[in-house]
Write a protein that binds this ligand. Sequence first.
Ligand code: 4NP
Length: 159
Amino acid sequence: MEKKKILFVCLGNICRSPSAEAVFRGLIEKEGLQDQFFIDSAGITDYHSGSPADARMQRHAIQRGYNLTSISRPVDPQSDFLEFNMIIGMDNQNIRDLEQLANGTESVNKIFKMTDFCSNCNYDEVPDPYYGGEDGFELVLDLLESACKGLLNFLTNQK
Ligand code: 4NP
């Protein structure tokens, strides 16, 4: 069976999308489904290209058992829209930026927003935690844990 390929995207690829990648990976590993997925993350910008995840985000994630190992890279519109089945942005601006980068309807149809998979979240985006306090990082993880469960349900029901 061909792997489902999912790319998580945020602005800098050092806080939200590396966390989404780790939370989703943790979930599929727990369910023994890791062979069915290829997961990656990327940023709209290349500001932090080559850097590991933000130290604050790493600290909050590790407290919940998620090890953020990814290295930041920008979205590559040429290859990412071809390679991945789903490209999942964290906030409304990410979605607008991805729509600008997409070339054609088939690519646009691959774009989703993370909170669309949340149940009972009361948020319509995963807020950028970069300039805020510690609570923002916990909120990111709360939203991602809910959304990743919803995403896995969505994908399981799709088959
Ligand atoms: P992320 O957070 O998009 O969740 O990785 C940010 C990281 C860096 C910046 C903004 C948001 N920045 O402005 O450098």
